[in-house]
Design a protein around this ligand. Structure first.
Ligand SMILES: Nc1ncnc2c1ncn2[C@@H]1O[C@H](COP(=O)(O)OP(=O)(O)O)[C@@H](O)[C@H]1O
Ligand SMILES: [Mg+2]
Length: 245
C-alpha cells in the first residue's frame, strides 16, 4: 500500500500511517485473499477488470460487503507498476436487498424462470418472474416497517390477483432515492389489471384500506396506473420523530 486516503481511513478504521507499507491483503478476510490474488494476476496480464462485489474487514475485525473498482497504474512506457483500488461500502444496499428478498421468498411463489431448451410449458409455479431494483438506502426502523408492510400488501396482491389461471408475467419492485430523504417505491405487474369498478376510497377489503394508511404514515402520496397490468407508485419521506420524552 503506497497511498491511503481519508475516506479509506474512515471506512477501514486504519490511519494512513498504519496502512501504508502493508500488503493489500491486510483488509481482507483470510478466505478472500485468494480471490484478490487472482484479480491482481489478471490485472498484471493487462486484462480489463469490471467492478465486483466482495467482502473486506475493518480494523475492529468487522467484515462488510463492498463494491470494488480496480485499475492498473502504468508508467510512461506502459508497464504496469501498481494498481489503484476504490472501495465502496454496500452494506445498506445488501441489507435492503436481503430484507425484500426474504419477505418475497416467504411468499414462496417466485422461482427463476430459466426454461431449459425444448421446454415449452411452464408448470404452475414457474409462471412468474421477479425484477428487483433496490437502491442502497438506510431507513429508520419506523420507515422500514411501514415500507415493508406496503411492499407486502402490494406484492401479495400481484400474486393473488394479477395472474389468474396460470397466466405468466412479471412483478417488479423498485425503490429509488430522489435525494433529500425522498423515495420512490414502485410495485408493478403486467397481469390482468384492477377490476373496472375498483376505487381506492371505496375498497372494503383490508389491503386497499391499509395501503393509504401506510402511505400516510410515511408522509407520502401514491398514484395508480392501470395500463398493461397494475402499477402503484409511491413517493414518501423518511419518518423522523421529533425527539422523545
Ligand atoms: N395487482 C392486482 N391485479 C389485479 N387485481 C388486483 C390487484 N391488486 C388488487 N386487485 C383487486 O383489488 C381488490 C382489492 O384488493 P385488496 O384490498 O388487497 O383485497 P384482497 O387482496 O384481500 O382481495 C382485489 O380483490 C382484486 O380484485
Ligand atoms: Mg390484498
Amino acid at each position: 500500500m503506497v497511498s491511503w486516503n481519508r475516506a479509506a481511513e474512515r471506512l477501514f478504521g486504519y490511519p494512513a500511517g498504519e496502512a501504508i507499507g502493508s500488503p493489500i491483503s491486510f483488509v481482507m478476510p483470510a478466505d478472500r485473499v485468494q480471490e484478490e490474488n487472482q484479480i491482481i494476476d489478471r490485472l498484471k496480464r493487462d486484462e480489463y477488470i469490471d467492478h465486483f462485489e466482495t467482502v473486506q474487514r475493518r480494523k475492529d475485525g468487522q467484515e462488510f460487503p463492498v463494491s470494488v473498482t480496480i485499475s492498473p497504474i502504468k508508467d510512461a512506457t506502459g508497464k504496469i507498476i501498481g494498481a489503484s483500488k476504490s472501495v465502496r461500502d454496500i452494506s445498506d444496499k445488501k441489507r435492503a436487498e436481503e430484507q425484500i428478498q426474504t419477505s418475497l421468498r416467504e411468499k414462496g411463489s417466485f422461482v427463476k424462470r430459466n426454461p431449459s431448451p425444448g421446454q415449452k410449458q411452464f408448470t404452475s409455479s414457474d409462471t412468474l418472474g421477479l425484477n428487483l431494483n433496490i437502491a442502497p438506502v438506510a431507513f429508520s426502523m419506523e420507515t422500514a416497517v411501514s415500507c415493508g408492510q406496503l411492499i407486502n400488501e402490494l406484492v401479495s396482491n400481484c400474486l393473488k390477483h394479477a395472474f389468474p389461471n396460470g397466466r405468466t408475467g412479471d412483478v417488479t419492485v423498485e425503490l429509488l432515492s430522489n435525494g433529500n430523504d425522498t423515495y420512490l417505491l414502485t410495485v408493478s405487474d403486467n397481469g390482468v389489471g384492477l377490476p373496472p369498478d375498483f376505487e381506492v376510497g371505496k375498497a372494503e377489503s383490508l389491503g386497499w384500506q391499509l395501503v393509504p394508511m401506510l402511505v400516510e404514515q410515511l408522509n407520502g402520496t401514491f398514484e395508480l396506473q392501470e395500463s398493461a397490468g397494475t402499477t402503484v407508485r409511491l413517493t414518501f419521506s423518511e419518518i423522523h420523530y421529533k425527539g422523545r420524552i
